[in-house]
Design a protein around this ligand. Structure first.
Ligand code: ADP
Ligand code: MG
Length: 299
């Protein structure tokens, strides 16, 4: 099967040292899937990493899309390094490479008129005016201080899609759409980077549709999705139809910004064809989940 795997924050950690060590463990279950004969394409998040890069680059006025590109390169390096080492140690003759990926968003996306995604460090009220003169939108963040916020627009098209497809078709392992992709808008024939963050689960969903994958696999910190999560009535779900999943979304069972975008991305992929399935599970359970033994499947 052709599988798009979206890796959550727990696969990468928060610092370079942590990441370099964690990716070795992340590579193992991914190479298990490759050894089983699946074509695996990898998407990852970049929240902590892009925040760190943005903060470190502050004195150079590095624009946010460039910080996103750096995070794709840095995380991609660690992942491809760990994957190649793991493949080699098992005698699997395949290579992994990272593609710096631009993802086209609509410049009229309503997300741009209501930026919600906090990025970078906290500021004091006194620092706000000077940030606003730089054109940044700054919002108060839950009593903890002020933070820059950017929009989270919906991904429309993957600019490098034909390159990604040829690499996959040739049998390579591709790491793409990292951090949801670098958001770009169309100005005539040009693509222009914009300060925004595309949800990585949505980007993985678009990628899975674009490359005609069979399975969208979202790997996160939990083995299954629950209704009444964190309450006495908590119930872990194994299989969901699209209609059931939509109903649970509407009833508010999934936290916005964490589980909700995953379930919504899974619905959109599964809805695009009867043969397509989506799975939410943990990295450790990916192999079992694909065999139908655990995780939450939406179809
Ligand atoms: P990632 O970095 O993988 O995107 P997130 O923290 O954004 O991870 O989302 C995964 C988290 O969502 C889980 O660790 C869990 O705590 C939380 N969560 C919220 N609602 C649910 C639910 N209904 N069922 C399972 N997990 C949920
Ligand atoms: Mg998340």
């Amino acid at each position: 099967m052709r599988i798009v795997v979206a890796l959550g924050g727990n696969a990468l950690g928060n610092t370079a040292q942590e990441q370099l060590s964690l990716v070795k463990d992340t590579a193992k279950p991914l190479v298990d899937l490759i050894e089983e004969g699946h074509q695996v394409v990898i998407v990852h998040g970049n929240g902590p990493q892009v925040g760190m890069i943005n903060l470190a680059m502050e004195s150079t006025n590095m624009p946010f899309p460039e910080c996103g590109a750096m995070s794709q390169g840095y995380i991609g390096f660690h992942l491809q390094n760990a994957l190649q080492n793991e493949l080699k140690s098992r005698g699997v003759n395949k290579s992994a490479a990272t593609i710096v990926t631009q993802v086209i968003v609509d410049k009229d996306d309503q997300a741009f008129s209501n930026p919600t995604k906090p990025i970078g460090k906290f500021y004091t009220a006194a620092e706000v005016p000077s940030l606003e003169t730089k054109g940044f939108i700054v919002k108060e963040d839950a009593g903890r201080g002020y933070r820059r916020v950017v929009a989270s627009p919906f991904p429309i098209e993957i600019s490098e899609k034909s390159i990604v497809t040829s690499l996959i078709d040739a049998g390579n392992i591709v790491i793409t759409c990292g951090g949801g992709g670098i958001p770009v808008i169309k100005e005539g024939n040009d693509l222009i980077g914009v300060p925004a963050v595309i949800d990585k689960d949505n980007a993985a969903m678009l990628l899975a549709k674009t490359i005609k994958a069979d399975y969208l696999v979202i790997l996160t910190a939990v083995e299954k999705v629950a209704i009444n999560f964190g309450t006495a009535d908590e119930k872990w779900l194994s299989e969901l139809t699209i209609d059931q999943a939509k109903k649970y979304c509407a009833e508010g069972h999934f936290a916005p910004g964490s589980m909700l975008p995953k379930v919504e991305a899974c619905i959109m992929f599964a809805e695009s064809s009867n043969e397509r399935k989506s799975l939410i599970t943990s990295l450790e359970k990916a192999k079992e989940g694909l065999k139908g033994l655990t995780g939450t499947v939406i179809k």
